[in-house]
Design a protein around this ligand. Structure first.
Ligand code: AHR
Length: 495
């Protein structure tokens, strides 16, 4: 029989803000993320504004999307921004060498992306081209989008129809420099970073530019160590980390046809994020005890085989309640590491990998992951509350994982939120929460769950999985009793 799980929340001990940017996203020129996803062109019958789908913008605004990374990914180190500005008919094409070898017409470029970010109410995070670009090219891009003074780049921007600069704060200095970004060694990249960062002037004069160094692949701790040692703190605001929940790189398995063994391994890979951010943070602490440099997990999520009949280079996969659990446990980890993890970008927003939105021509569905992102948005910029979770095991075969994951915060109006996930597909979890220092009168909540691990939303049944009112929580004698059903994600609101 299952024991009662216990959670202690220190409701008056919060001191760290959970950066809203932990809830950021990633949109690469890959498959149908940009072209045929966000962007359908202004001659499309699908309702759009300047070519960007209105339904996608509305859904993302509702979910609350603080920052959006673009144009890659691997694509970023092949992208030449000048090819995507000016009259669309005159733009050269580009072959997307990483993703399907398709020819793109560059009709979605800098103005299109930055204007779309304004429509979304999101901050852009531009990834610069280090692998095949030049220092001058990136320096010019920064000046083009950010400068308000008179110079050739701001003149060009104005000529292309945009008077005011966009003031882009977040900049990636390359992507996966250890791989598709140029196969560099960490020492070589650290020097390249220093060179590029030197010329990325803060044209906004707000002291705001935020340069993210291309970070480690999973547990490449030497990469983080070399960057932290080799790059002066005043030149770098963030160091990245990429980790996908993959069972086996060469045998990723189907997004929808999988057994409990594969489910267990996927969630185990997702939960590994705890160890990764802990160890990368410890290295950063050595060189930056004041925690000035953020750990930016700018790619994370589940990665499976593509859906049958789709282009293998397009990374189009369905999204089940398994993905909701990946999101639930990962976001709890990020929240609990908010001191150092100050941005994270789920890969990717539309039609690619662990997408929050899938489209099929004019149809659009919200995935279970979308709902988790929306439910957890209550944590954005709230104050993290220290939490201690003592969980039952979810056992599969000879291996086990903690069944319950949690994080808690108090928002600016004094409302406390606790997000919980139960990864166990067979057992409900009874939890007793001690809310130290809290005198709460009411508890309400929402839950996302489904019967089978493989359940999902489809274009025929778009609302098969969506949040419902949660009735499994009650306040008794100063304690909060909660019953989580198997494979569920819950957000509680305490007043
Ligand atoms: O998100 C898909 C790809 O994964 C990105 O382009 C790359 O950065 C990573 O390897």
């Amino acid at each position: 029989a299952q024991q009662k799980n216990t959670i202690v929340v220190e409701t008056k001990q919060g001191k760290t803000q959970i950066s809203k940017y932990i809830y950021s996203h990633f949109a690469e020129h890959l498959g149908r993320c940009i072209y045929g996803g966000f962007y359908v062109g202004d001659t499309s019958k699908i309702p759009n504004t300047n070519g960007v789908r209105n339904d996608i913008v509305a859904a993302l605004k509702k979910m609350k999307i603080p920052a959006l990374r673009w144009p890659g990914g691997c694509f970023a180190d092949t992208y030449h921004w000048r090819d995507g500005v000016g009259p669309k008919a005159e733009r050269p094409s580009i072959v997307n060498r990483w993703w399907g070898g398709v020819t793109e017409d560059n009709s979605f470029g800098t103005h299109d992306f930055l204007n779309m970010c304004e429509a979304l109410g999101t901050e852009p995070y531009l990834a610069g081209n280090i692998g095949s670009g030049t220092v001058q090219e990136l320096a010019d891009w920064v000046q083009y989008v950010n400068s308000d003074t008179k110079n050739p780049m701001s003149d060009l921007r104005k000529k292309n129809g945009r008077e005011k600069p966009w003031s882009v704060r977040f900049w990636g200095v390359g992507n996966e420099a250890w791989g598709c970004g140029g196969n560099m060694t960490p020492d070589y990249y650290a020097n390249e970073f220093r060179k590029y960062a030197t010329f990325m002037s803060d044209w906004t004069n707000t002291g705001h530019i935020f340069r993210v160094a291309s970070g480690a692949n999973v547990d490449d701790y030497n990469w983080t160590e070399t960057l932290m040692k080799g790059i002066p703190k005043q030149m770098v605001e963030g160091v990245a980390l990429h980790h996908y929940s993959i069972v086996e790189w060469n045998k990723k398995g189907s997004a929808t046809k999988f057994n409990e063994d594969t489910y267990f391994k996927t969630i185990k890979s997702a939960l590994r994020m705890e160890e990764l951010v802990t160890k990368h943070s410890a290295i950063m602490d050595k060189y930056d005890p004041e925690k000035k440099v953020a750990l930016v997990v700018d790619e994370w999520g589940g990665w499976y085989e593509v859906e049958d009949g789709t282009n293998p280079g397009f990374l189009y996969q369905q999204n089940t309640i398994r993905d909701a659990l990946i999101a639930g446990v990962t976001l709890n980890i990020f929240n609990n590491h908010a001191e150092r993890v100050r941005m994270a970008n789920l890969a990717q927003t539309v039609n690619v990998l662990q997408a929050v939105i899938l489209t099929d021509k004019e149809k659009m569905i919200l995935t279970p992951t979308y709902h988790v992102m929306e439910m957890y948005s209550v944590h954005q910029d709230a104050t993290l509350l220290p939490i201690k979770v003592t969980s039952n095991d979810y056992t599969f075969g000879t291996d086990k994982l903690p069944a319950v994951s949690a994080s808690a915060s108090v928002d600016k109006s004094g409302v406390t939120h606790i997000t919980l996930a139960n990864i166990d597909p067979k057992n409900a979890q009874d939890i007793e929460l001690t809310l130290d220092g809290g005198a709460y009168k009411t508890v309400t909540g929402r839950a996302l769950t489904s019967k089978n691990l493989q359940d999902r939303n489809t274009f025929d049944q778009p609302n098969a999985i969506q949040p419902v009112a949660f009735k499994g929580a009650s306040l008794k004698g100063g304690k909060l009793q909660v019953k989580l059903s198997p494979i569920s994600v819950v957000v509680l609101e305490l007043k």
